[in-house]
Design a protein around this ligand. Structure first.
Ligand code: CTP
Length: 439
């Protein structure tokens, strides 16, 4: 049972919002409804009121007679500002149907009615279900607005294709069926609880590639970021295994640790554990090259020149790309890209595609205050659905929280995609969701 806020904007499909509210109540959710003034011309507040057992709000200046209370809850002690109370306490906010006009307002942060104001005030997942005429849906303005929303992490449900409200018109623009709408809300609701029993594989630290018995090629990664991710996942109830490469900081409690040194050892450990994992967080700095023939003992000063010899380098395997190639449906893979200056975001976008992962966490290690061996980090999380989230300079613990929040969102999105396609799940599905709804 969850607190579900349903926003209804103007359109013929508003009648399906009635059934959505009924179904959600039937499934045990506490539903409150906000209508735009235009939507009241299609369906009346009295119907929603009867179905949800709670008052319907439409005007931001109107007082909520229920003081922000959801059905089934005790009466509130004070009278709060109506839209903030309802929005603040919602666990999921579904806007269905979302008209082209409402979508434009949402994309640009306009708050000229209670529905759009609430969208700015919620902290819970926001789901937007567009429904309109097919030409309005296909218009570049609508598509650009939807893209903006997606980039900010809003879940945009692709509309169905078929007969539209205007007589004889056919195409994309139909509101998904109420069962789908409620199921999408439930998929997102499991975000918080979804970690119990989730198996998370984290790689941390930096690999060391031996040149001889005493020397190696390594990097400055300490393992702090990987361990912060592991600690955060464990605190959410996940079963966490860390493959730790030459880390220089202690591991957090409550996680299993597999120690490795080289890229090849890290690859073998990941190969073994990945199959049973649901989430992979690849924070380790894995060497791209290793000495072709490491010296057996200690290479002496007087020995023949090092190259060709122990310093002749060969490429290592791209571990995460290899794992992505044999991922099973539902697994979420996150890569970390430490870029040194240049266009870090563009590089990150390339890596997202090249490695076929769900998200890439990009940071610019040319800045001394962030990145390798520093306590703080500043990152941009690029995701497969086009979302870009910036985490400004913060401790690695906060960055870890943001990364795991994004993984939660991606897992929910994955489930929503599945529901949209009626359970079918394949690589082509990932392509579709990358291209965006209805595209
Ligand atoms: N990675 C990996 N195997 C490698 C190298 C890197 O799995 N042999 C992973 C890292 O753990 C990280 C992601 O790939 O999650 C990006 O690493 P990065 O070094 O930025 O990418 P590269 O593909 O090596 O590209 P570049 O040429 O920029 O180094």
């Amino acid at each position: 049972m969850a607190r579900l806020l349903l926003g209804v904007s103007g359109g013929v499909a508003a009648y399906k919002a009635l059934e959505t509210a009924r179904l959600a109540v039937k499934r045990g959710h506490a539903v409150r409804v906000i209508q735009t003034p235009a939507s009241t011309r299609f369906v009346g507040a009295a119907s929603f009121q009867a179905l949800t057992g709670a008052p319907v709000l439409s005007d931001e200046f109107e007082r909520d007679p229920d003081r922000g209370r959801y059905p089934g809850e005790p009466p509130a002690e004070r009278t709060p500002i109506s839209h903030l109370a309802l929005a603040e306490r919602a666990e999921v906010y579904l806007i269905a149907p979302a008209s082209a006009n409402t979508i434009a307002k949402l994309a640009h942060g306009q708050a000229d009615n209670l529905l759009t104001a609430a969208a700015l005030a919620v902290t819970c997942p926001l789901i937007v279900a567009p429904a309109m005429n097919d030409r309005m849906y296909a218009h570049p303005a609508t598509q650009a607005n939807l893209e903006l929303l997606r980039r900010r992490g809003t879940v945009v449900l692709p509309p169905g294709e078929g007969e539209l409200a205007s007589h004889g018109e056919h195409g994309p623009g139909r509101l998904p069926e109420p069962e789908r709408l409620v199921a999408s809300c439930e998929a997102l609701l499991s975000r918080g609880a979804g970690w119990a029993g989730t198996r998370v594989l984290v790689t941390a630290g930096g690999t060391r590639e031996p040149i001889d018995a005493v020397r190696y090629i390594g990097n400055r990664s300490s393992g702090r970021m990987g361990f912060a991710l592991a600690a955060e996942a464990a605190s959410r109830g996940a079963d966490v295994t860390v493959v730790a490469a030459a880390v220089t900081v202690p591991a957090p409690p409550g996680v299993a640790v597999v120690e490795v040194q080289t890229a090849a050892e890290l690859q073998r450990a990941c190969d073994r554990i990945f199959e049973q994992s649901d989430v992979l967080l690849m924070a380790a700095a894995v060497a791209d090259f290793r000495p072709a023939q490491p010296g057996l003992g200690k290479v002496k000063k007087g020995d023949p020149p090092l190259a060709p010899g122990p310093l002749e380098l060969v490429l290592t395997e791209d571990v995460i790309a290899g794992l992505a190639a044999r991922r099973r449906p539902g697994q979420v893979l996150v890569a970390f890209a430490a870029e040194h200056g240049g266009d870090a975001i563009a590089e990150g976008v390339c890596k997202l595609e090249r490695k076929d992962v769900d998200a890439v966490v990009v940071n610019d290690v040319s800045r001394p205050e962030i990145g390798f061996d520093a306590a703080d980090n500043e990152v941009v999380i690029l995701s497969r659905d086009g979302a870009q989230r910036s985490v400004s300079l913060a401790g690695k613990e906060r960055v870890a929280r943001a990364v795991l929040d994004e993984v939660q969102r991606l897992r929910a999105l994955e489930r929503t995609d599945e529901l949209q396609r009626g359970g079918e799940r394949d690589g082509a599905g990932r392509e579709r969701s990358r291209a965006g709804a209805g595209a």
